[in-house]
Design a protein around this ligand. Sequence first.
Ligand SMILES: Cc1cc2nc3c(=O)[nH]c(=O)nc-3n(C[C@H](O)[C@H](O)[C@H](O)COP(=O)(O)O)c2cc1C
Length: 325
Amino acid sequence: MKTFTVAGLEIKNRYVQAPLAGYSSFAMRELARFYGAGLTYTEMTSANAINYKNKKTDEMLPHQKERGPVALQLFGSQEDVILEAIKYINDHAVFDFLDFNLGCPARKVLRQKSGSYLLKDPDHLYELMRKIVLTSSHPVTAKIRLGYDKVNVKENVKALEAAGVCLIAIHGRTTLEGFVGPVHYDQIGEAKKMVQIPVIANGNINVENIDEVERITGADAFMFGREAIGNPKLFEDLINHEEGKEIREKILQEQVTCILRHLDLEIAEKGEKNACDVLRGVSCLYLKGMDNMRALKNQLVHCSSRSEYYNLLFPLLSLKAEEDK
Ligand SMILES: Cc1cc2nc3c(=O)[nH]c(=O)nc-3n(C[C@H](O)[C@H](O)[C@H](O)COP(=O)(O)O)c2cc1C
């Protein structure tokens, strides 16, 4: 299995679970790791909210050592607010890398001149990231796009490396390109050639196209976002693909077990209501591509309590036990 190394820490494989607001909770990270993900990211965390001691934000921070390397992702625009937040998480969260979000295209985030807005000016980016690196007690990583309205990824990766950033994940689209349309893997490849630090390729990558993406980008690792939601088995599939092994079909009982595990971990983190809301969509994704699931999915999207999920799903596990007798 090929590996890559970030600030001296060897990551056991090149398969990375992306930061995903609303999704990449402890539950998602834990399941991704169970199936082999080498590195996981938290959801983006607001520097402002950390400084305001927002309870929900504090609950989202990793407070215990997880079973594999985790990047805690932060976003913000005002330098003093960001540095204050970093001083807080230096002491109050448990993680391996501090990732700074330079890719978010959400209007709310751009209006505050944070996220991918910061890609506009590589010199300012350098100044900000240098201070972040000097303030953080953890190695600093960055997640970027190709640029804001034009591609200036080469300048930005050089600025980031010069500032002391030790890993860059690149989503191969500009901010204005959003999340659809072609991903410019060739530009990720060009950026990769500019720096010595590892580069992660990101954007529409899956088991089918990963070899092609590797060939074009020469990236050190690969990051999976939407493909990994409700699909932690993706990481096993990627490992099997690399090892030339057959990719297993999804098994209903295994998917159901994952949904229930995901639900319970999510409840422990976010409370029953929020967890049940998240799992409505995510549970259906766990069943994606499987035959005869329409009726079950139609019921899952209406579940609003743990017991409703269990009433629907738990019998499917004992069905299997009956079949095995
Ligand atoms: C629902 C959703 C939430 C996201 N949240 C974040 C986030 O918190 N931080 C971040 O850097 N990127 C975030 N992204 C971007 C993804 O990490 C990733 O860069 C993008 O989806 C492209 O990769 P994919 O095609 O594998 O999904 C988000 C994307 C989606 C669809």
